[in-house]
Design a binder for this molecule. Structure first.
Ligand code: 6PG
Length: 504
């Protein structure tokens, strides 16, 4: 029997041929790798076989796709160490499939790559659980179906030896950028957006933070849309045109591009803009929530990411919002100016500054966790890997790359000289936009939380002195003094007279 192992060594197995698995398999075939595929869903298997055959016919592609009926058949296709990618939903199913692979004869040197959106702590636990039984590796994939098919951003982590084995494949199939950091079309040469982030779990962690940033980036764009639409009465297509123009400059990004495109789309049934016909209740799979939870756990604030998760939750309270619209009266005032182009320019700068704060929050979070976990995360490499293929790809990531390349230990992205200057120059426009939205009663949780983050980060003194005193007052929680070492703790018996400060 001809097996992939008897053809050549450049092969891989893909388990799970749904939207993402099929696209990754076709991408691998496109790039000259042979693929053995398995899915419990026969339709998925047939569909991939059909599309792989079409690829062979249309592009004189000679890569081989072997459709396997069982995991045993799949394993028999591969030479050792076998490389098996899983493209299955996050959760317990990952372990079920791995356990089935072990029963089917998986060997300790075989590499299993989880390409799903798994929670990073699950990945670390799985790595421990399967030590000595198999080489567990992970690669988080960003870019949706199109990305997976023609060039995703890949965030890989696990055993460095396994990475050496996998790297040529991931480099080949990932998105690429040119020497200026700009995305290149599929199949064009360039620097691959496949990043090895380090020890097990770190790749999924980086992808989780990517998604947190994605949530906030999307929310900020939506807030600008709501302001322009509801406060200024601009129709969707005109807002789309504004976004289109913004997409030519510093705000150039995939999310800006698709938002412009969406806003210009007419409904298929009425003549209205399609966006006006879409129910305003946001869904979520949970990765933004994971990011916010992690930020609480490690004490690294990501207020704008958390607000973006809340904004989705609030949107789903449609019935209550409809009641609120009847019961709660807004007392509003006119904006600071009625000049449309001034307002639009201000919003442009507000969006830019808020976006910068979101990235500052995300990178700070990664920095905190990487030092807690002992991961050697390289932030310049992470920013580089996000320049193409992923959902948050943006021209702005090239500047972030430069900021971390010139200072690997940058305390906070906002402290980079050129970003600090931009924040200074655009700041008043940001404040005016937040003020206008507030005066006109438009909710902007993302943009305003980002401004408060910026203001808090540039405040050498915050009111936590009073807060500490309150805690000590009702709970004897003690406080430190500004004129003594921080480790020295003090307490006042607030109910006694005269009050005396005790040194503890
Ligand atoms: C990506 C995306 C993707 C994400 C989905 C849905 O990088 O390709 O981040 O991984 O999970 O787009 O996310 P929500 O349902 O949570 O919006």
């Amino acid at each position: 029997m001809t097996t992939l192992s008897s053809i050549n060594n450049s092969h891989i197995a893909m388990i799970g041929l749904g939207v993402m698995g099929k696209s990754l398999a076709l991408n691998l075939l496109d790039n000259g790798f042979n693929v053995a595929g398995f899915d419990i869903n026969q339709h998925h298997l047939d569909q991939t076989t059909q599309e792989a055959t079409a690829l062979n016919n249309s592009e004189q592609n000679h890569s081989v796709f072997i459709s396997c009926k069982s995991l045993t058949e799949l394993l028999n296709q591969l030479s050792t160490p076998r490389v098996i990618a899983l493209s299955i939903p996050a959760g317990n199913i990952v372990e079920t499939v791995i356990d089935d692979l072990l029963k089917a004869g998986l060997q300790p040197q075989d590499i299993v790559i989880d390409t799903g959106n798994s929670l990073w702590t699950d990945t670390i636990a799985r790595d421990k659980k399967y030590q000595g039984k198999l080489n567990f590796f992970s690669t988080a994939v960003s870019g949706g179906e199109q990305g997976a098919r023609f060039g995703p951003a890949l965030m890989a982590s696990g055993d460095p030896q396994a990475w050496l084995h996998i790297k040529p494949m991931w480099n080949a199939i990932s998105a690429k950028v040119d020497k200026n950091g700009m995305p290149v079309p599929p199949k064009h040469p360039g620097e691959p957006c496949a990043t090895y982030t380090g020890p097990s779990g770190s790749g999924h962690y980086v992808k989780m933070v990517h998604n947190g940033i994605e949530y906030a980036d999307m929310q900020l764009i939506c807030e600008v849309y709501q302001y322009l639409n509801q406060a200024l009465g601009l129709p969707a297509n005109e807002i789309g045109e504004i976004f289109n123009q913004w997409n030519q400059g510093v705000l150039n990004s995939y999310l800006m591009e698709i938002s412009a495109d969406i806003l210009k789309q007419k409904d298929f049934h009425t003549d209205k803009p399609l966006v006006d016909m879409i129910l305003d209740k946001a869904g979520q799979k949970g990765t933004g929530t994971w990011t916010a939870i992690n930020s609480f756990e490690v004490g690294s604030p990501t207020p704008t990411i958390a607000q973006s998760v809340y904004a989705r939750s609030l949107s789903s309270l449609k019935t209550r919002r409809e009641l609120g619209a009847k019961l709660l009266t807004a007392k509003t005032e006119k904006a600071l100016t009625d000049d449309l182009s001034t307002i639009v320019n201000e919003l442009h700068d507000a969006l830019y500054c808020a976006k910068l704060c979101v990235y500052a929050q995300g990178f700070d979070l990664m920095k905190t966790t990487s030092s807690q976990q002992g991961w050697p995360l390289n932030f310049a490499d992470i920013a580089k890997g996000w320049r193409s293929g992923c959902i948050i790809r943006a021209i702005f990531l090239q500047s972030i790359t430069k900021a971390f390349e010139s200072n690997h230990d940058l305390d906070n992205l906002m402290f980079d000289q050129s970003f600090a200057k931009e924040l200074e120059q655009r700041q008043l426009n940001w404040r005016r936009s937040v003020a206008n939205a507030s005066l006109q009663g438009i909710p902007i949780p993302g943009m305003s939380s980002a401004l408060s983050y910026f203001d808090a980060m540039r405040c050498a003194t915050l009111p936590a002195n009073l807060l500490q005193a309150q805690r000590d007052y009702f709970g004897s929680h003690t406080y430190s003094r500004v004129d003594q070492p921080e480790a020295n703790k003090y307490h006042v018996e607030w109910s006694q007279s005269p009050r005396v400060e005790q040194s503890l």
